[in-house]
Design a protein around this ligand. Sequence first.
Ligand code: ATP
Length: 220
Amino acid sequence: MAGLKHAQETTPPRRVGLFGGSFDPVHAGHLHAARAALAAFRLDRVVFVPAAVSPHKVGVRLASAAHRTAMLRLAIADEPRFDVSEIEIERGGRSYTIDTVRDLPARIGAARECELFLIIGSDNLALLPTWREAEELLARVQPIIVHRAGEPAVVLDAIEARFGSGVAEKLRAGYLQLPPVVVSSTDLRARLPRGVPPGTDLPAAVAEYIRVNGLYTSGS
Ligand code: ATP
């Protein structure tokens, strides 16, 4: 259950990072992004939200929601400010971030005046203005964009040309131009069946969970 990890806390979180994704599997890049966002924006909490079905990955076969959630819980076990919410899995169907933004604060017992921060990797930046109810979404959250690859200025200029300076300024303010941690779930799903050791790309407990449960054996 979301929130159980923080049941002892007396102060409801006010600055909450929402970090959605497939997490198939969660890896060192995700943890890097969450830690960077937490530090740069002084967040009280980062909530990892595994998608039931990502609108950008419809038809893509994923490890089960139970496995993806279990791996997330192992990955964040030692991180006191990180949590996992199954809000999108329980809702089912395509997972739209705007729905989660509306429901998450109450669900995790956040403060009434809570501020939401939407954590994404920079590969998602160009598409963000096309997400469902993007204008409403961007009005409700401060995006935090963690650099992965490419040249952000080009993407931000293109967004400004199409959506105006207000949206672009908010995105620029949230851009974390840090040295990237170059790892992806796609790459891991390709490497693991070939027996390539994940090294530091996977938290040890997640690597062990994958081994014990026989996940990612066929390069799916
Ligand atoms: P896939 O390779 O299957 O597309 P992914 O590695 O991009 O997966 P997701 O679970 O789709 O992982 O990503 C969830 C969020 O985490 C997205 O916003 C994505 O951009 C971000 N993210 C993933 N990997 C990194 C990374 N190495 N650095 C920063 N952000 C990342």
